[in-house]
Structures are given as C-alpha cells and as structure tokens.
Design a protein around this ligand. Structure first.
Ligand SMILES: [Zn+2]
Length: 198
C-alpha cells in the first residue's frame, strides 16, 4: 500500500486560454513540488520489509494494518531513534486521523514482535530503533541524539563470557553516554548509519 497526495490534475478545465495556461503551468509545478515533498515522506514499505512485518505479526497472532505498516515504514525511513511523539508528527501527514495513542500501541506491538527496540536513556522519553543487528547505542548528551554503534560478534561473545557460569543471556543492552568529539555535522548521520569509532 502506498500513501501519497492525490494529484488534482484531473480537475483542471479542458479548454484554457493563455492566462489560464500560465496559471496551469504554475499549478502543475506546484503540484509536482508537493508530490516531490510527499514522496520524501512516503513511508510505504518495501516488499521485503512488508514480509518481515507480516511474518512477525502473524507469529504473534496479529495482522498487518495500515497504521502498523506506516509506523514501521517511518522508522525504517529515518533511523534516528525517534520518540513516539516524533513518530506521531511524521506519520500524521500520511494518516491525518491517527492518534498518539494508536502510535504508542503500534510501537509497542512492533517492540513485542521483536522488530523494533525500545531505547531508554536515563529519564528521556523512550526512543525506537528498527536496527535488528547486534549494536550498542551512543547517547550524545549535548545534542540528545542517539547513534547506532556496531558490535562485532567477537566483542559480543567476550561480553557474554563476563557472565557467571551457568548464566545465559538472550539480549544485550549496551549504552555509551558522552559527547561527540567533532562538530555534529562531521559525525552525525541521522539515517542511522553506524558511526565508525575506529
Ligand atoms: Zn539503534
């Protein structure tokens, strides 16, 4: 399912004079711009993500809904660890009737299905991360932004070895708190691409 703005091109009159022609051209440019803007915020899920979502929901006895797809799509489109309120603002353009409570419910469902991680830092609002690979988070105290830090497999194994004998883990939460050394523009990547700290 794709969400976008309906183009009203079909409503223009068929016969137009010169002035109306100019207005029509401006109108078309405006509509193209709007469609362009809409496509930048088009949270339609790629087929693979749709199947991933559908499979995870089905395993939990749930079904895919437009809102669940839209919210999962918004998280995948901008992997900047948004809060529920931020997700709400992003998806509202595509689903004007959606409520904040629905956004919270959908996010909770995605977390329960293992598709999204809830990230909590101190007293900050919960943030949401769709990165399913093993990773830690770096919390920049100055900007409040959160970045993914890849955790190599051997590092994860060594961390698990720290556990007392007989203890097993099924999840690992590792958070770094601090401040980025460089200016935000040099290190920040709102797309969620892991930072390289080597
Ligand atoms: Zn993350």
């Amino acid at each position: 399912m794709a969400w976008g703005f309906e183009s009203p091109l079909g409503h223009f009159p068929q016969k137009i004079d010169r002035n109306h022609g100019a207005a029509l051209v401006i109108g078309i440019i405006l509509i193209m711009s709007l469609n362009n803007m809409a496509s930048k915020h088009n949270y339609a899920l790629p087929q693979a993500a749709k199947e991933l979502l559908g499979g995870a929901l089905a395993r939990h006895g749930l079904r895919g809904t437009r809102h669940r797809e839209l919210i999962f799509g918004s998280l995948l489109a901008r992997r900047d660890h948004p809060t529920a309120e931020e997700v709400y603002v992003r998806v509202k353009a595509m689903a004007p009737t959606i409520s904040l409570a629905t956004v919270y419910n959908c996010l909770e469902t995605l977390v329960q299905c293992g598709l999204v991680r809830a990230v909590n830092h101190e007293r900050d609002a919960t943030r949401y991360c769709p990165n399913l690979s093993e990773h830690a988070h770096f919390h920049d105290r100055r900007t409040g932004r959160i970045y993914d830090i890849d955790l190599p497999e051997d590092v994860v194994e060594r961390l698990k070895e720290l556990l007392p004998e007989g203890y097993q883990t099924d999840s690992l939460e590792l958070n770094f708190h601090g401040q980025s050394a460089a200016k935000p523009k040099e290190t920040a990547d709102a797309s969620g691409t892991p930072l390289n700290f080597s």
